[in-house]
Write a protein that binds this ligand. Sequence first.
Ligand code: PLP
Length: 383
Amino acid sequence: MDISAVRRSFPALESGLARFDGPGGSLVPSVVIAAVSAAMSAGMCQRGTVSEPDRLAESITSGARADLARLIGADPGGIVFGRSMTALTFDLARTLAAGWGPGDEVVVTRLDHDANIRPWVTAAERVGATVRWLGFDPDTAELDDIAPLLGERTRLVALTAGSNLFGTRPDVPAVVRAAHEVGALVFVDAVHLVPHAPVDLGELGADFLACSTYKFFGPHLGALAAAPALLETLHPDKLLPSTDVVPERFELGTLPYELLAGVSAAVGFVESFPGGAAGIEEHEAALVTRLLAGLEELPAVTVHGRPARRTPTVLLTVDGVAPADVQRHLADVGVVVTTGSFYALEAARHAGLPSTGGVRVGLSAYTSEDDVDRLLAGLATLA
Ligand SMILES: Cc1ncc(COP(=O)(O)O)c(C=O)c1O
């Protein structure tokens, strides 16, 4: 595969920096920037069927639903766009909790980003429902068995498809099967998985799947996917004059058409990568193997978590050097990493990480072997 051609698509790489900050938000290829810009230049106002600008807004919106649905194996009629995954999850949790009460239970995991914990905990507490916590092995970062937490009062299980801290990829279909056996709904946070692997909502079997397009080469937007028939059963807060049609009734206010144009372009970018999403997964798997092997050679470096299936996101600490100092040292040699616990607060605490968290090294579709070697060389002069 010609990685240099892929890298030429990203104007930000012209800086010459080696970028490992993708899990916080990926770089954006020229095609996405051009699509957003073209949409803004087109003079759209609102969606409609009569004037040309209105029809364009309509077709950009339906195009973005269709394109994202194709990428994640969902129904275009069940794609809801929102400001962020966090905002969408809070909204959905409030809506679902309207049907819960005392004695009902929701399961959240300690491995998740707080955006897939706090909305459920807050919503459950508000209606007197019980929260059950699924832990993980602090050493491997593998989720514990969910079976003991499930029962006939379980209403919802919220879990991650990819940990943004340790890279763990839990066995989502197995959790879904167990949850469905007791009649619970399953909400999957795929924000950290969609940038790194093929994702298919049908294969996962989950009821809801959330992702964020700015994590996979697109603009800053979140999206929620579900079967339209399931969305039909839910009644979110909405304005009186706004449509009651699904999925629109879950979308508050006017959609950002220019960003939706960027979503379609971002999906097009993933599909144009040699081998598509599977090609990205393969490219990154080879690089993370190289990275982990190189880190093994550095005795002062500890890699946190040893998940059997992982995304190419590695959390590390260096003996005797604060994460922020590692970050500064690497920045001095043109290598960009990030530090902290990245809102995976429960995960960081459960794994016993210091309050400063760790150094997160995130590989991406645009990462090269040279980037990885520069990072390893930078760490070697520190450790
Ligand atoms: C795994 C995971 N879930 C959820 C979120 C929240 O996404 P958003 O910024 O769209 O609310 C993030 C953001 O970093 C994340 O990494």
